[in-house]
Write a protein that binds this ligand. Structure first.
Ligand SMILES: Nc1ncnc2c1ncn2[C@@H]1O[C@H](COP(=O)(O)OP(=O)(O)OP(=O)(O)O)[C@@H](O)[C@H]1O
Length: 643
């Protein structure tokens, strides 16, 4: 025993319960417990023994009267000072000797020392000694759930021994044990008393009370003390009695970081020791993050794909809108003039036909029932467009058939043949009907990197369809799209250049940025909704677990863990779960975006910014989910919860 116990002086202590506080569980109790005394409090069930013991053990603070520990008035102490005193001066042994079933005997016995933040070596030495003292050294590594009732009670004594408490508070420590095991436990308590500790014991068993120096009796909340019984005098008279340290001392009580690391370890242990609950919680966060990362990945991949096409087009493509009513001859003159401009490589024309003009179908409308109109687009082009837009055909070199021969030929996009009911070979030689006239299919469009919708279109020669909107597409030397876009209106119409409308893909790029911003906004709202859902489900699961862990938390509070410490353990649990969920979600989300990209033949782009933020977001969301459960856990009253 390193610190001598203080004298305990209780005067007119009262504890009331009930809505209007009119029910007295303890009434006008006055008691002096001398240092080193072994006191038994006996009485019938419900007489108020445990209530008084909880007040003596500083587990309950809602009492009236006065209570001094040596010279210290307990009323004047802060909650933190009381936590500290419980941790350093008191040892608790309860009837329901709670042990965390998922932790080893050794780890359970370390609880009080770890909460103090004692150095690891000191923890291990003191725990080994304590387990040896109660005969549990052989069971150090066994999980607490495998211990018998008697062994669990001895574990509780070992846990109380580790901090060298000067006051032992024991509530029915032998209540659940057979008489032989009960005697062993009492021998252990006697030994502690012989070494100088004050022992205060509650029992209803006279045989157990006989171990004590003095017995007081509770009856209906009233403490009955005969004059002779009131004090036995201190066994420690003459010994040095240092004053109690009520304020946590950093030197003795370990560093803040060691305590923090103990809370983190405890939180990780709580997560890993209940795998089913944890997996369900982590899965909720993982789903949210997989959705977020997957959507961001697919967005980035698709955006890269579009950006690639637009960047290429922006460098060397200019489109001139030909006004309606322009004749074929005028258009041809424009083509010639544009073809002669410096840095122009090729020119071509394209005219999307509206569905009413084209009325494209496989058969003539009158000829067959079941002849449904073609759903894809119909486009008229001239021979120049093939070179301008890098259009590939099968067989090759079909573009010459489109050079103003006015022949009724058609090309079918690679993805349009099936819709038209053409054979696998592209339907060469078959007829399709456009604007009421038959066109012979001469081949298939196999590639159209700059105008992918041609792959789902029927393409016919331009001259027969001069009506409607038409564009001249100019392919320039790389990098000359911008300058030519400025020069072309003047070249075509020196008198009124403003009448000529010109487009470059650079404008589309701006549009893309706008669309991307909208898409990102949409993704962000989706992610927030998913995360809110994960936080809610996490919070409700943790709330339920606070309920299930009341005793564990109450014991930790009893041996000195402050309210902030309890909250910290829960917040850490939330952080660990959120982080694990985010990491699993990153893996899942990447797998989704890679699979989608592979299915489309794209190169997958990882959304690095989102991936970098995800773990932090996971930790924050986990902590948010744990916040209310942590507050609730911190509010657990050890005096109520431990009974
Ligand atoms: N939190 C509480 N709320 C309301 N009443 C309480 C509360 N705690 C204790 N009581 C009441 O105070 C009285 C004394 O309870 P206490 O547990 O101190 O008795 P005890 O002598 O220790 O009984 P036992 O030997 O059965 O444990 C009982 O009537 C009990 O119902």
């Amino acid at each position: 025993m390193t610190v001598s116990p203080p004298r305990l002086t209780l005067n007119h202590i009262q504890r009331r319960y009930g809505e209007s506080q009119q029910w007295f569980a303890v009434r006008e109790a006055s008691l002096v417990v001398e240092p080193g005394e072994f006191l038994a409090i006996v009485g019938r069930s419900g007489s108020g023994k445990s209530t008084l013991l909880n007040i003596i053990g500083l587990l309950d603070s809602r009492w009236e009267g006065s209570y001094h520990l040596g010279d210290i008035d307990v009323r004047g102490l802060s909650a933190t000072q009381i936590d500290h005193l419980r941790s350093t001066t008191y040892g608790f042994i309860f009837q329901s000797s709670y042990a965390n079933p998922y932790e080893s005997t050794e780890r359970n016995a370390t609880l009080a020392l770890a909460i103090q933040g004692a150095p690891l070596r000191e923890q291990s030495e003191k725990v080994s000694r304590a387990l040896e003292a109660v005969g549990l050294d052989q069971k150090a590594a066994a999980l607490a759930r495998s211990l018998s009732g008697g062994e669990r009670q001895r574990l509780a004594i070992a846990r109380a021994l580790t901090t060298n408490p000067s006051i032992i508070v024991a509530d029915e420590p032998t209540g659940n044990l057979d008489s032989e095991t009960g005697d062993q436990v009492m021998e252990a308590l006697l030994e502690l008393n012989r070494q100088g500790a004050t022992v205060i014991l509650v029992t209803h068993d006279p045989r157990i009370a006989a171990y004590a120096d003095r017995t007081v009796r509770m009856a209906d909340g009233v403490l009955e003390i005969t004059g002779a019984e009131n004090s036995v005098g201190s066994k420690l008279d003459g010994q040095e009695r240092p004053s109690l340290a009520v304020t946590p001392s950093k030197e003795r009580r370990g560093t803040r970081s060691r305590r923090a690391s103990d809370r983190l370890t405890r939180a990780i242990n709580n997560v890993t020791s209940r795998p089913l609950r944890s997996v369900a919680l982590i899965a909720a966060f993982a789903l949210a993050f997989a959705g977020l990362i997957g959507a961001a990945g697919i967005g980035a991949t698709a955006s890269q794909q579009i950006a690639g096409r637009l960047t290429a087009a922006a460098r060397d493509e200019v489109r001139v809108n030909v006004p309606a009513g322009t004749s074929d001859e005028e258009a041809a003159a424009w083509l010639d003039r544009l073809g002669e401009l410096p840095h122009v490589r090729e020119v071509g024309q394209v005219a999307p036909l509206d569905a009413n003009t084209a009325r494209t179908s496989r058969f003539a409308f009158t000829s067959a029932s079941g002849n449904s109109p073609f759903q894809g687009s119909t486009v008229a082009v001239d021979s120049g467009l093939f070179g301008v837009l890098d259009i590939g055909t099968s067989p090759q070199s079909l573009s010459r058939l489109f050079s103003s021969t006015k022949e009724h030929v058609a090309l079918v996009g690679a993805d349009a043949g099936a819709q038209l009911g053409l054979s696998d070979r592209g339907g060469i030689g078959a007829e399709v009907w456009v604007n009421g006239e038959p066109y012979t299919v001469v081949g298939t469009i196999t590639a159209a990197p700059r105008e992918p919708n041609l792959l789902t279109s029927v393409v016919v020669p331009l001259p027969p369809f001069s009506a409607g909107s038409r564009q001249i597409v100019v392919r320039t030397d790389p990098g000359f799209a911008g300058p030519l876009a400025s020069a072309i209106p003047l070249a075509l119409s020196p008198a009124s250049p403003a009448d000529i409308s010109v487009e470059t893909a650079a404008e589309l790029r701006n549009l893309r940025v706008g669309v991307q911003t909208d898409l990102n906004g949409l993704l962000a709202s989706l992610a927030i909704a998913l995360l809110a859902l994960a936080i809610l489900s996490g919070a409700s699961a943790m709330f339920i677990s606070v309920q299930a862990r009341t005793q564990e938390l109450a014991l930790a509070r009893a041996v000195g863990l402050g309210q902030r410490g309890v909250a910290a353990i829960f917040l850490w649990e939330g952080v660990v779960i959120g982080l694990a969920g985010a990491l699993a979600g990153i893996a899942g989300g990447l797998a989704i975006s890679v699979a989608v990209a592979a299915a489309r033949g794209w190169t997958a782009i990882a959304p690095w910014e989102t991936i970098a933020i995800a773990p932090v977001a996971g930790a924050v969301c986990g902590a948010l989910a744990a916040f209310l459960p942590a507050v609730r856990a911190a509010r657990i009253d050890p005096a109520d919860a431990i009974r």
